[in-house]
Design a protein around this ligand. Structure first.
Ligand SMILES: [Zn+2]
Length: 381
């Protein structure tokens, strides 16, 4: 069994698609006209990802407003917001370069997704020739839709949590029903929960443990066989080539993260200062038996925020080092994050989203080649 490799999910939206989204927000084009651009971007994303040799691909999340808001709104500007939501929710992240991203605010119940990730996947399946993965958002992120303090009149926090857990379970089940080979849950808020940023009040509330508990409420609804193919993605954020929590010591986060009963983890690591330290933590805290499934650690070997393309040899060497700490049968490779988790992203360090797309495919090719080289060297090819 060679070392498995898998992307996180997103790719930069082509400049043409980003312009179409702006036109749609401005009422200059129809939803159907926007869809033509989304279709073209998805097709290009899938074809080019397949051409890298990657065994599992995605549609690059080209139709999603963002990794976190796809169930709630058609665009990041809030066009087509779901029922019982207002645009002015809390920040979920303030990034190092000073920009921030905001969630909607829940105004009442019941809480329902407007769009499921499978709605995108069904379209992608028609275009793909290789197995597809789909990323979904974690219930812990969407729990931040509910006000931090107090209760919404007529819709208690517990009623909301129950609706949320039901919707997240449905989101995942629909992906598998639509043909997803793997489904990973984006959990960027996990690491941010370990940082106390006074400008962003929820980060100072020590919410990591309750996030883990909430996410396990969803995971525990799946059998061990199903959970083998359900992953969790952790990262310090990746938007406009900037991060929100890379100063947080992984030792504060990973022991809790591995309490989630998922079968695999996609872990940002290529951009860590001391990778070996984190490989060791993964080896120590990932579990051989997480309620019936072994936890496979997919280590990040590609940095989507840096335009310099990693060589296959660098990827190989990272995996060979990681194998000193993580059992080979529980080791995989991935990218540190999606290449553009938000639809509107000019990728400033890359020069443009179109250049960033070209670079992303080169990086994915290096990941695939380097992972095959590591399998060879470690005797599992
Ligand atoms: Zn990420």
């Amino acid at each position: 069994m060679s070392i498995p490799t898998e992307p996180v999910g997103s790719l930069p939206r082509p400049a043409k698609l980003q312009a179409a989204i702006a036109d749609y927000d401005a009422g200059k084009i129809t939803k159907e006209e926007l869809r033509v651009e989304q279709d073209a971007a998805c097709k290009d994303s899938i074809e080019r990802m397949e051409a890298t040799g990657a065994p599992i691909v995605s549609d690059g999340e080209q139709r999603a407003s963002s990794f976190a808001t796809y169930p709630l709104a058609d665009t990041l500007a809030g066009t087509g917001l779901a029922d019982n939501l207002a645009g002015d929710g809390q920040y979920f992240a303030i990034f190092t370069d000073g920009h921030h991203r905001q969630l909607p605010r829940l105004t009442g119940g019941p809480f329902k997704y407007k769009t499921y990730a499978a709605d995108y996947l069904i379209e992608a399946m028609k275009m793909a020739h290789k197995p597809l993965k789909q990323a979904v958002i974690a219930p812990s992120m969407l729990s931040l839709l509910y006000p931090l303090d107090g209760e919404i009149e007529g819709y208690s926090r517990e009623e909301f949590s129950e609706d949320l857990v039901n919707e997240c379970e449905k989101d995942i089940r629909k992906c598998f029903e639509a043909g997803a080979t793997r489904v990973s849950i984006d959990f960027t808020e996990g690491r941010l929960a370990c940082k106390n940023d006074p400008r962003n009040p929820w980060t100072g509330r020590k919410m990591l443990e309750q996030f883990v508990e909430l996410n396990n409420r969803v995971l525990d609804r799946f059998s061990p066989e199903e959970r083998k193919n359900i992953g969790i993605h952790t990262c310090p954020g990746g938007d406009c080539d900037s991060t929100h929590s890379d100063e947080v010591d992984y030792a504060d986060m990973l022991p809790s993260m591995f309490k989630m009963n998922a079968g695999y983890f996609l872990i940002q690591l290529a951009s860590e200062k001391d990778k070996e330290y984190v490989y060791k933590l993964c080896g120590e805290h990932s579990r051989e038996d997480a309620n019936g499934v072994p936890q496979v650690c997919f280590i990040g070997v590609i940095n989507p925020l840096n335009p310099t393309v990693e060589t296959p040899e660098q990827v190989r060497d990272d995996l060979v080092t990681a194998a000193k700490y993580i059992p080979i049968e529980r080791l995989g490779s991935t990218d540190d994050c999606g290449f553009s988790p938000f639809s509107i992203d000019v990728k400033p360090k890359h020069g443009s989203p179109d250049v960033a797309r070209d670079i992303a495919f080169q990086k994915i090719e290096s990941r695939v080649k380097g992972t095959a080289m590591a399998s060879e060297q470690l005797g599992v090819a």
